[in-house]
Design a protein around this ligand. Structure first.
Ligand code: MG
Length: 293
């Protein structure tokens, strides 16, 4: 009995091109399965101390190092070819950032975005801040695709590797992180609702491959200063539901624990300017008008 790889190698002896491809596949495999490098002091994989009391309704603290890691699964669906529904609001089609300003958490616009557009994607420029949409949204489906490119500094691990995020209303973050082979605290991995809930499973693809997010976000509702309906998030991550209409406890926060603070019914969407490297493409939004609207 021979396995597929050794069979490919036997065939490759006679075909140099196939041999090269087999070597490349081996190199890619090795890159993804190699032990994480030793990080510099203060930049450990699990950096982000557990803080304070357990989260309301949970037994875990924010960034709890002992929280169960999401089970790794291989997604079965291919990432869609970039395109948008005909009535979607296309925020980035691969060519320009005319729908965006520089800015991020908190929602304060600060001129033109500094992120780099090339080859149909937009890449986070570390130190360049985040990006926020010019338009505001309430209840929405948000679709985007993201990747953390290969070739990043090997000493960058944990939260320092591929960190960005989709920040709904500039307040509620769905984490973007290199999480195929990069351990961190569970509520900070790719697909987590940062500091609150890890994804139910981890279907993150290897660096260099595109992941897809479809986020269904129900905005919180306020009556003056009073919360009358919390926010809910559903996240489809590479075709898998990793959050199923989970109730948010408030604004993304480490300490104090997440709580709500009243805000407008519609606010801009942000992409987080963290450490990167991270790339995004095919970003569109579809408003949830409801039935008969
Ligand atoms: Mg982040």
């Amino acid at each position: 009995m021979i396995n597929r790889r050794s069979f490919a190698r036997r065939i490759a002896v006679s075909f140099p091109l196939l041999a090269a491809l087999a070597d490349r596949a081996d190199a890619s495999q090795a890159q993804q399965t190699a032990a994480p490098p030793t990080p510099p002091p203060g930049k450990g994989q699990m950096d982000g101390s557990p803080l304070g009391d357990p989260l309301p309704g949970q037994k875990w603290r924010v960034h709890d190092r002992t929280r169960t890691q999401p089970r790794k699964v291989a997604p079965g669906l291919p990432v869609p070819t970039p395109s948008a529904p005909s009535d979607a609001i296309v925020l980035f089609d691969g060519t320009d950032l005319s729908k965006w300003s520089r800015g991020g958490r908190g929602g304060v616009a600060a001129g033109e975005p500094t992120w780099k557009v090339e080859n149909g994607y937009v890449e986070l420029v570390p130190g360049g801040g985040g990006m926020m949409t010019k338009e505001s949204f309430g209840d929405v489906q948000v679709h985007l695709e993201w990747t953390t490119p290969v070739g990043a500094d090997a000493s960058r691990v944990g939260q320092n590797r591929g960190n960005s995020g989709v920040i709904l209303m500039g307040r509620y973050e769905v984490q973007v992180l290199s999480s195929y082979n990069n351990l961190t605290y569970a509520d900070g991995s790719a697909g987590s609702i940062y500091g609150l809930y890890p994804p139910m499973v981890n279907p993150c693809l290897p660096e260099g491959q595109w992941n897809s997010y479809d986020i269904v976000f129900e905005a919180p509702k306020f009556d003056q200063d009073k919360l009358v309906k919390p926010a809910y998030v559903t996240l489809m991550f590479n075709g898998l539901i990793v959050h199923n209409r989970v109730e948010l406890l408030g604004i993304t926060s480490r300490e104090p624990i997440a709580a709500y603070s009243p805000h407008a019914p519609e606010l801009p969407l942000s992409l987080q300017g963290h450490s990167g490297p991270a790339r995004f493409r095919n970003i569109w939004v579809w408003r949830l008008w409801g039935y008969d609207a």
